[in-house]
Design a binder for this molecule. Sequence first.
Ligand code: PLP
Length: 440
Amino acid sequence: MKYFSTRDPDKKQAVSLQEAVIKGLADDGGLFMPERLLPIDPETLDSFSSLKLPEIAAKMLFPYVADSFSIPAFEALCQEVFNFPISWVEIEDNIFSLELFHGPTLAFKDVGARFMARLLAGFTHQEHKNIKVVVATSGDTGSAVAAGFYGMKGTKVYILFPKNKVSRMQQKQLTTWGGNVVALEVDGTFDDCQRHVKALLSDAEMQQNQVLTSANSINIARLLPQMVYFAFAASRLKQQDKPLVFSVPSGNFGNLTAGLMAQLMGIPIHQFVAATNVNDVVPSYLQEGVFTARPSVKTISNAMDVGNPSNFERMLFLFKNIETMRQHLQAYSFSDEQTEEVMKSVFQHCNYLLDPHGAVGYLGLKKYLQQNPPPAIGVFLETAHPAKFAETVKKRLRNKLVIPERLQAFEDKKEQFLSCENNYSQIKKVVLEDENQIVF
Ligand SMILES: *Cc1c(COP(=O)(O)O)cnc(C)c1O
């Protein structure tokens, strides 16, 4: 399987999986996609209902990695990546919460980060090269990447986080790893961090004698494994004659893009709903036909505060034009007030605690079903554990929150991080001269 840039529709510049994953971004500035999405034959699809999650992953994803892994090696990799449950809860009749937050850092980003870490480890092992991974974070991404790469031989991770702009619990989850994870506090904004990461990636001096890559969500290695839980959920929740509707709370639209790719592979999904907070670039695009990137607005579902969603380029690539996108995708946006209100009412009526992101997904699902009356099985993605947003959740639902042990565990650990000015050469010096600390 070859990979191509979204900006290369004539497929002139083929790259291998390894190159796509290590580069992250194509030379022409586009995002990598597999050359085709292979339809799953009906027999294999039927078999999914009796297969376990890691087995579905191996079957579904192997064609995309076949040039780099043997079947047994890849099956073992999938066992490691999907070693925590993806579960579902029917909170109302035919309305399911698909809980993607049972991984080490309690957000769905664990899936992509764990997969990418192991792919890279496979490549470096074959090539005997060392890899430095830089990642900018506004909260959840950094900890998922740290957890995914922690203790991995030949790799060192640098997390750039903006000073005083991540929540207390998020900072704990970023700074208490040690080992091969270095946290860098940057005296600037998230956008500054992202700018420094991009500058590092395109700095020729950084690529001498070492491999430098980024683990942000544009990387195809983070997207591929996210197709798996759509297939898994469809295999478990399908019922005769009832179409499946998935509502995806979206920011950078990686999760939704993965769902669309799964659908194109033949996973029986009737409809996708994209649900956003007031950062509504994609819903506006579908309504008005114009894509306008805007500065992001701060909301209580902060992981979706994205004003220029990078995976929109992949969505357009898949759909070819806006008419097709409109046929396959409904998109709605919701305010913080609506989000808070629904968190309260769902807790009261269903005794189920939504996090602010899942709440937006729930709102999108309900709105779609109102406009397109059932019978349908509705599934919304619960992308993070409510305890990650304890401040927000507790304020609305006093004392109803139990903090899971593995989140609490971060509380007791000691924070370790380097403080940097908002200055590229200082950050570069840290990442470049850190050679000796890599453990092999
Ligand atoms: C990152 C994130 C999202 C948004 O996912 P995208 O793939 O960027 O659309 C939603 N919810 C949570 C909790 C997240 O961390």
